[in-house]
Design a protein around this ligand. Structure first.
Ligand code: EPZ
Length: 419
């Protein structure tokens, strides 16, 4: 099992290029199921979840070839299967995103129920509610969702919570439905917008993406796409927090500052100097220790839950006391007890963690539990005195491309240990 070893205490300095957004790449790859025409996606990061998605689509009969380093070519000429098997879905919940496209393309889809995960129950009831509203017959049988529909019909769908993948599933299904679908309380995340923009290049008729009401008028068929995915705002935010925690100065390039307003605002509150350009963001901490900040996660454009663990780590070494409140998932604080092993002074109270910043943390062996928690443990290791070893880094490889190489480029004393 691979581990990451860090010797803390070095301020990060320099420039790092941001990879394509995992949470946009996954639905856009699934969108290739909506057409029998060739599709090409550029800016694809080398991540475990991307490999899993290509394996899943390949099993369904999608022809897939890899272009240059970051390009994937696909064509779903003939689909060989209508099933997303448990073996794959249990390793990647986002597999649920084949449900809408498969159902719209061929009138039947069988997808294993994703089951719970470390950060919460994460039901998919709203995905199913939306597809049912569009006329699908949905059964759950032996752990599989079995969905059927001659042809989906446009409908008005009101989402109880602004589910990201729920919005994406319903939006993709609606592009081939008969009539117009309106999604109310839709997710507004930039990754939802990027998927909509890609669908529009395929000929889909979509408006309102990026707001809480998305309108889609179905088509008989869609063309293929040749698209470049947007940069990963969570990867960019993670490196900026690393710079703030270590008192360094880092520029993230090939980034989208406009997708990080809430995060940049909190970093300025913590005392960072931020400058931005068209496609870059620079954070200069000038050797200062960050000031504690209060954070409450919320759907976009609120503060992203995927940056919560990173700010918990920042508050662990900040000046003062900070409160981090998690409102999106019910169990996204597994990193707290790991940070306490480094000497962090933090205590859980309901859906919040109260953090009294420490002058220093002391390195120790740690265990990663989920994607963003593992990133936060690496960030804590960058500032802890002595050696920190983070185990089970397969979690981190799901969402960060070569994180230790990128951090080493910025001056961190970090390496991957295998075996
Ligand atoms: C997406 O997950 C992201 N994953 C997550 O990123 C991200 O944390 C999350 O959105 C929130 O921003 C991908 O895009 C692949 P939700 P998703 O449905 O769509 C409840 C990462 O680290 N809910 O928006 O699964 C749910 O329980 C991952 O990259 C229902 O109740 O999240 C949660 O409390 C982690 N019923 C809330 O909504 C449903 O049918 C938000 O979940 C669906 C969701």
């Amino acid at each position: 099992m691979a581990r990451i070893q860090i010797a803390g205490g070095r301020p990060l300095q320099g420039t790092v290029e941001i990879s394509g957004a995992k949470n946009a790449v996954l639905p856009i790859l699934m969108a290739s199921l909506l057409t029998d025409q060739p599709c090409g996606l550029s800016g694809v990061p080398h991540l475990k979840d991307v490999t899993t998605t290509m394996e899943l689509l390949g099993q369904m009969g999608v022809e897939i070839s890899l272009g240059d380093r970051f390009r994937v070519e696909m064509q779903a000429r003939e689909l060989a299967s209508d099933t997303a098997p448990y073996e794959l879905v249990k390793t990647m919940r986002a597999s649920i995103l084949v449900l809408g496209p498969l159902l719209a393309r061929q009138g039947v889809a069988k997808v294993s129920l994703p089951g719970g995960c470390a950060i919460g129950a994460r039901p998919v009831d709203l995905h199913l509610k939306g597809l049912k509203a569009m006329g699908a017959d949905i059964q759950v049988d032996a752990g599989y969702i079995v969905a059927r529909a001659e042809r989906l019909k446009g409908a008005r769908v009101v989402l109880d919570t602004a589910t990201v993948t729920g919005t994406e599933n319903i939006m993709m299904a609606a592009t081939l439905a008969d009539g117009t679908t309106v999604i109310e309380n839709a997710a507004q995340e930039p990754e939802v917008v990027d998927l909509a923009e890609c669908l529009i290049t395929m000929g889909a008729e979509i408006s309102g993406h990026g707001t809480n009401t998305i309108t889609i008028t179905g088509r008989e068929r869609l063309a293929g796409y040749d698209y470049r995915v947007l940069p990963d705002r969570i990867e960019a935010g993670t490196f900026l927090v690393a710079a703030a925690m270590t008192g360094g100065c880092v520029r993230v390039t090939r980034a989208r500052p406009d997708t990080l307003d809430a995060v940049l605002g909190k970093l300025e509150e913590a005392g960072a100097e931020i400058t931005v350009g068209e496609d870059w963001i620079e954070l200069d901490m000038g050797g200062r220790r960050p000031k504690a900040v209060n954070v409450t996660t919320a759907p976009y454009p609120g503060f992203p839950t995927d940056m919560q663990a990173q700010f918990t780590a920042l508050n662990a070494i900040a000046e003062g006391t900070g409160v981090v409140r998690e409102t999106v998932f019910e169990n996204r604080f597994m990193h707290v007890q790991e940070l306490q092993r480094l000497g962090a002074d933090m205590r859980l109270e309901g859906n919040a963690v109260i953090i009294r910043g420490m002058e220093k943390l002391t390195g120790a062996p740690l265990m990663a539990t989920d994607l963003r928690a593992s990133a936060c443990l690496v960030l804590a290791g960058l500032v802890a005195e002595g050696e920190t070893v983070v185990d089970r880094v397969y979690h981190i490889d799901r969402g960060y491309e070569n994180i230790e190489e990128k951090l080493r480029q910025l001056g961190a004393d970090i390496r991957r240990m295998t075996g």
